[in-house]
Design a protein around this ligand. Structure first.
Ligand code: AMP
Ligand code: MN
Ligand code: MN
Ligand code: MN
Length: 286
């Protein structure tokens, strides 16, 4: 993969969910890497937006208020980004409060399963990693690495936390319709995150993309952190076929995974309409 620097990065995480940088530090790192339009899209929360916004005002960076919503579609997990949302919106606020409750309940259930697998103290351990943020499987993974149970975060998912593994807990997250409704209510646009992560068959993907478009979805991520040219081409073809726009986002969580580095993104294929023209940005949109 060639090294590219993008002025747009519309998918990132902070300590409000499973990122390791505080919102202000994320904004600073993005600006230092040449990002001019940054979306903070924490899992199921907008709690990091005020700090990120304040940091962005101090620098030469436009902050797009965002969220990454957990969605259950036909029994599987999807991630839908809301971009350009009002983080104070009451409809979205009620929804994220409910999702936070699901996360808490699931965390206790994950810890119970880990206990049965012989790992003690996981709830406290994961909570320590989550600090004030939403508790996620990433925090359990970091705890498992810290406790010496697995050699890496990736191993933690492969052995315990991934779908079908011993500590996996299925959750009925938001419906696709609800998620798109909340994003719309909060004045934002909906973008399907990392479309290749779901491992859907061709027919399933077509069904998802038509449903997403019919329900008012605006675009799909085409240039994601770590996506090869082939993967980008696949996503670009899907976008064009379904009349959806294209987005670019690193899915940055930590400086330790260089393939998700802030702004390290290829340009959006010119055949696609970008999502950012829908975000009401004045400067510095090309
Ligand atoms: P959750 O929303 O709590 O279910 O956690 C999902 C998060 O776990 C994703 O957003 C990723 O950051 C992380 N994740 C999922 N699968 C893996 C994996 N195989 N390796 C590393 N991180 C993963
Ligand atoms: Mn994550
Ligand atoms: Mn995601
Ligand atoms: Mn993400």
């Amino acid at each position: 993969m060639t090294e590219h620097a993008s002025i747009f990065d519309l998918h990132t995480h902070s300590t409000a969910s499973d990122g390791v940088l505080r919102p202000a530090a994320l904004v600073e790192r993005a600006a230092a890497r040449g990002v001019r339009v940054l979306a903070l899209t924490d899992h199921d929360t907008t709690a990091g937006i005020p700090e990120a916004r304040e940091a962005a005002q101090c620098g030469d960076l436009h902050l797009v208020a965002g969220i990454e919503l957990s969605v259950t579609w036909h029994g599987g997990l999807l991630h839908v980004l809301g971009l350009g949302i009002d983080p104070e919106n009451a409809v979205l606020g009620a929804a994220t409060a409910r999702l936070a409750g699901l996360r808490e309940t699931r965390a206790a259930a994950i810890a119970e399963r880990l206990q049965r697998a012989g790992v003690t103290g996981a709830l406290e351990g994961a909570r320590r990693w989550a600090a004030q943020g939403q508790i996620t499987r990433t925090h359990f993974a970091r705890f498992l690495v810290e406790a010496g149970v697995v050699p890496s975060v990736n191993h933690a998912f492969k052995r315990y936390l991934g779908r079908g593994r011993s500590a996996h807990v299925t959750v009925e997250w938001a419906s696709l319709e609800d998620a798109l409704g909340w994003i719309r209510a909060a004045g934002g646009i909906a973008v399907l995150a990392h479309p290749l992560a779901y491992r859907l068959s061709g027919a399933r993907m077509r069904r998802l993309l038509s449903a997403f478009a019919v329900m008012g979805g605006t675009g799909i991520e085409v240039v994601c952190g770590g996506y090869s040219a082939d993967m980008q081409r696949t996503c670009a073809q899907w976008a064009i076929k379904h009349g959806l726009r294209g987005s670019v986002g690193s899915d940055f969580h930590t400086p330790e995974t260089p393939w998700n580095e802030l702004g390290r993104l290829a340009p959006l294929p010119p055949s696609l309409q970008p999502v950012w023209t829908q975000l009401g940005l004045s400067d510095p949109v090309s």
